[in-house]
Design a protein around this ligand. Sequence first.
Ligand SMILES: NC(=O)c1ccc[n+]([C@@H]2O[C@H](COP(=O)([O-])OP(=O)(O)OC[C@H]3O[C@@H](n4cnc5c(N)ncnc54)[C@H](O)[C@@H]3O)[C@@H](O)[C@H]2O)c1
Length: 355
Amino acid sequence: MDKKLKGAVIGTGGMANWVHGETFLNHPETMLVAACDIVPEKVEAFAKKLDVPKTFTDYRKVLKMRDLDFVDICTPNVLHSEIAVAALEAGKHVFCEKPDAVSVAEAQKMADAAKASGKTLMVMRNNRYSVAAQFLRKYIGDGMMGEIYTGRCGWVRRRGLPGRGSWFADKKMSGGGPLIDLGVHYIDLAMWLMGDPKPVSVSGSTYCKFADNVLADTLYSSGRTRESDRGYDVEDLAIGFIRFANGASLQVEFSWASNVEEEERFIEFRGTRSGCHLRNGALKVYTESGGQLSDLSPRLHRPGNLNDHALHLHHFVDVIKKRAEPINTPETGLDMIKILSALYESAEKGAEVRL
Ligand SMILES: NC(=O)c1ccc[n+]([C@@H]2O[C@H](COP(=O)([O-])OP(=O)(O)OC[C@H]3O[C@@H](n4cnc5c(N)ncnc54)[C@H](O)[C@@H]3O)[C@@H](O)[C@H]2O)c1
C-alpha cells in the first residue's frame, strides 16, 4: 500500500469530535498528524483522545508543515474560505465542512484557488450519501419517475436554535440562519436528485420571531445552552421558490424554530411516471395504477457501518487517490452559495431575484 495521507483537522469542536477525527483515524489510508483550535484546551483534548502528535492554535503554522497532504476544516463558517484558500495555496488538499462559504465572493475565491492549485477541494454534502438519496439518484437517473417537474424540500425544526449566543446565530460568523445552515444540505440534495437543473430565479422571505421571545430559552437544540450574550441577528425561518431553466421548480422551507407539530426533514418530487416523499429518512415512492394508489417504495438497507458523513470523507480520499470522480465540485458549491445569497437578497428586497 502507498504511504498514508497525512492530515490535520482545523477546528476541534462538535463536528471534528463527532465524526471527522475518528473517520480519518480509522481510514486505512489516512493518519492525523496535527490538530488546531484557537482554544488550547479543546485542541489538547482532541489530540489526546485521538493520539494526534502535534497541536496548534494558529492554522497558519499548520500550513507550514511540509509533510502534510490535506487539511480538514471544521471551524465556524466565516473561516472556511480564508483557511481553504490559504491551504490550497500551500499545496494541500482540502475537505471543508458545509456551507462552502458565507458569501459568493468568498466561495468564488475558493473555487479559483482550487483551480490554480490543482488540488482537491471538497465541501461536505453528507446527505447525498444517505441510502435513500443514493437509491433515488439512480432511480430518477434511470427515468423511473419520468420528468420531475416540481418538488418541495425543507428542514423544519420545532425547537432547534443551535444555541442562542453561539456563533451560528451571529450573521458575521455564520452567514445566516437555517437557510444557509440547513438549506445548503437539502437544496443541494433536491437539485442533485433532479439532475442538476440550472436555476434562473429565486424568491424568498425570511422571518425572525423567536430570538427575543420569552420562549427563546426553550428553543435550543438538545445539548446546547446559551454560550454568550452575543445576541441573535439571523432568521429563524426562511421560505422560498426556485425556478429552473427547464421549467421545473422547487419550493423550500428551513427553520430552527416554528410552531409545528414535529421536526421534519423532507424532499417531495412530482414526476410524470411516479412521485416520491422522503420524510425523516423514510422513503415512499408511488404512482396510480388501475384507479388506485400503487406503492413502489423500495426496501432499503445500508451496507457497511459508516454514516453519511464518514462516507463522504472516504470519498474525498478516493478522489485524492484518483479512484473516483468528485461527487461535488467547487463550481457546484459556488452555484449553491449563489442560490442561498439570492434568496436572502430577495427576502430583503421583497422581490424576485434573477440569477
Ligand atoms: N454536515 C453537518 O451535518 C454539520 C453539522 C453541524 C455543523 N456543521 C458545520 O461544521 C462546522 C463546525 O461546526 P461545529 O458544530 O463543530 O461548531 P463548533 O463551534 O462546535 O466547533 C468549531 C470549532 O472551531 C474553533 N475555531 C474557531 N475559530 C478558529 C480558528 N481561527 N482556528 C481554529 N479553530 C477555530 C472553535 O474554537 C471550535 O472549537 C460549521 O461550519 C458547521 O456549519 C456541519
